[in-house]
Design a protein around this ligand. Sequence first.
Ligand SMILES: [Zn+2]
Ligand SMILES: [Zn+2]
Length: 346
Amino acid sequence: MTKELMWRTVLVEPGRFIREQVPVPVPAPGEVLVRVTHVGVCGSDLAALHGKHPYIQCPIVLGHECSGVIAGGDDKTLPVGTRVAVNPTLPCFACDACQHERYNMCATRRCIGAQADGAHAEYVVVPAGMALPIPDSMSLRDAALIEPMAVAYHGLKRVGDLSGRRVMVVGAGPIGISAVQSAQVLGAQSVWVADLDPRRLQLACNLGAQGTIDVSKESLGDGMARMNAGAAPADVLVDCVGGKGAVLDQLVLKAPRGADVLVVGVLAYGYDMPNLPDFVEHELTLYGTTMYVNQDYREVIDHIAAGRLRTDGLVTHTYSLDNIAEAFAEIEAGRDFFFKVVLEAS
Ligand SMILES: [Zn+2]
Ligand SMILES: [Zn+2]
């Protein structure tokens, strides 16, 4: 039996969480109740904490990188006890994109933990189709990493067939390292990664990056020249930084003619790109990407289960879901090397 009351943590205003008891939500037909076991902390949660996320308004229950166990609902394929990873998208299910399971293209989609209450709670209700079963061999903690991995995987798939291509990823955060691994899984011949934190670069190497560019020690251009010496130039360039577009502008400047440039990082509005003429003149192709689709989740689940996408070393800290304010305060204080932080139900 499911409990009638549950605890959840609400960001009531920027900087202030409260923990409160509310009724356990009741799934409508076609929905499932998930007992949350693990929730990843994302950079966007930290932006929301400071009221700086463009699409998240308080009060909100954050948490969109979530895994757990089915605890209720009428879906015959998801009996109580099924272990699942949750795709946090709440699509309309009616539009043309939704009819083709391209939920990330749904114009009215929302996302739990952003425009609807998320997983910083004991239970969350989601559409049955958004709860994707994981194999017995996969831990529920790893299942909470599928969301950020699927972001990178979807982006790299947008570029198309990567077989034999050389890929350069800028930004070795959780998405960047997932981009490195995704490129390899999708057939890239070699993948290099650039960052200014040597600990992140080391982690990227442990998970298969073939070369690194430490931009605290050499320029991106010099590093790319080193990567390209005596080989076909890297012509898939991935920006996992975003921000005001400085990295994208550098990539446009340094990209070989005909290259593909993919932006996975979140770009701020109002930036300018001094090197845009090179984009035109060198016939570059620019790819945008947003979230993922269920097929990405299924493939990422398979790749993790088969050991082709690895999670070792990604989670540096775990905290209790009961103490989210403290977890966020520790992350912000930054007294340690925080990479992926996972909140765990007690
Ligand atoms: Zn996220
Ligand atoms: Zn739709």
